[in-house]
Write a protein that binds this ligand. Structure first.
Ligand code: XIL
Length: 376
């Protein structure tokens, strides 16, 4: 309520990004501060299982014992410059995602030029720290903001675009064969807030089949890699979730080589009802697919107990996913409040992640660890 929320909502509208608009529209109208629903668990009990691992209570140790991936997005700036950033990533996580450095404009800025430097740094870090890599992302066509370089956006016909796409997917996936275990092959295929396919350059020139083709091309480039379809705000928008499930059903029926569904789970509109979230996860599991939370963050809201409520929000949502056996991974969109896209997106002060700005674990850290341990 009050000035804080008003300011937050206004700022989001100024940003003019459809994703934020829909999320904050929900937050503004419902009165949710993004962290207050239906949680019951004590967020900070000790993990009993730590004893079974020689006292190793790191997230990645607890996750590994349950055959789970616990991941974080990383930014190459702090990965190069900050020892505490590097140390925390390597210690706590067994999977990483490049927050931006494998996206098309970065890795393939001109039709005849690739730039692998930043992506190589991420993949090299993973190899040095015995981590897996979730590759993000091969095809992402958004109409509201730039997700493809101009030469792709301005392709004049299907043949030209198909040639770019085939070359892009084949080159990138082949380069990282054996080093990137999972790819988000297509990101956000649906309209951010609606039920239609996102009207991007791929859909306009190639039709819906661009999605199936992308998976088939990626599979040829690395038959061993897991191939995933990643989508946003399904936990908030039931009609969109239905349209997305219909799309996935078509892909499965067409025998497209798809292994899993990524739920971004940026909880900017509040914590989803855990029963509904578990049902969402189960829907994809019932289609024979794995499911992952791929980009989780949760603004802390306001009030003296904001971090405890945030911890409960993390716990109920992750617990709902992990209650379904095919939910195999939880990846956060960063790990320290010092480096989070939410600062640019909503403005500073939302503290959405597991560690504070000084790399100290927050209540959310223990709450997440407890959920990972409970899966065993
Ligand atoms: C975001 C990054 O975090 C920002 O640094 C960048 O400016 C824009 O993209 N859904 C996705 C991610 O799939 O790739 C987005 O990452 C966040 C929303």
């Amino acid at each position: 309520m009050g000035g804080g929320r008003g300011l937050r909502c206004a700022r989001a509208w100024v940003h003019g990004f459809a994703l934020v608009v829909v999320m904050l529209a929900a937050a503004c109208s419902s009165g949710s501060d993004g962290s207050s629903t239906g949680a019951t668990a004590n967020p900070t009990p000790p993990v009993k299982e730590c004893g079974a691992h020689g006292g190793d209570c790191r997230l990645r140790a607890v996750a590994a014992a349950a055959d789970l991936r616990v991941g974080t997005a990383v930014q190459t700036g702090p990965l190069a410059d900050e020892a505490a950033y590097r140390g925390t990533v390597g210690r706590e996580f067994n999977s990483i995602t490049a927050e931006n450095d494998m996206k098309w404009p970065t890795i393939h800025p001109a039709a005849d030029r690739y730039d692998f430097a930043a992506a190589d740094a991420v993949v090299g870090f993973a190899a040095d720290h015995d981590m897996e890599v979730r590759g993000h992302t091969l095809l992402w066509g958004q109409t509201e903001y730039t997700t493809v370089p101009d030469y792709v956006a301005n392709a004049t016909g299907p043949d030209e675009l198909r040639a770019y796409v085939d070359d892009h997917i084949t080159t990138v996936v082949r380069r990282y064969r054996g080093r990137v275990q999972r790819w988000d092959v297509v990101n956000e295929p649906l309209d951010t807030v609606g039920t239609a396919m996102e009207n991007n350059v791929f859909l306009r020139l190639l039709g819906e089949g661009y999605i199936a083709d992308a998976f088939r091309t990626a599979h040829r480039a690395d038959p061993a890699a897991e191939l995933w379809l990643n989508e946003a705000v399904l936990e908030t928008l039931p009609a969109k979730a239905q349209a997305f499930a219909d799309l996935v059903t078509r892909l499965v029926a067409d025998k497209v080589p798809i292994d899993g569904i990524g739920l971004q789970t940026h909880l900017l509109a509040g914590v989803p009802d855990p029963v509904a979230f578990r049902a969402l996860v189960r829907r994809f599991a019932d289609l024979g697919l794995d499911v992952a939370i791929t980009e989780m963050d949760l603004p802390a809201g306001t009030g003296p107990d904001r971090l405890e409520r945030q911890a409960r929000g993390y716990a109920t949502t992750i617990g709902a996913c992990l209650a379904v056996p095919r939910c195999r991974e939880v990846t956060f969109w960063g790990f320290t409040d010092r480096h989070t896209w939410i600062d640019d997106f909503l403005g500073p002060g939302h503290d959405p992640l597991l560690f504070d700005r000084d790399y100290q674990p927050k209540p959310a850290y223990s709450a997440v660890r407890e959920q990972l341990a409970a899966r065993r």
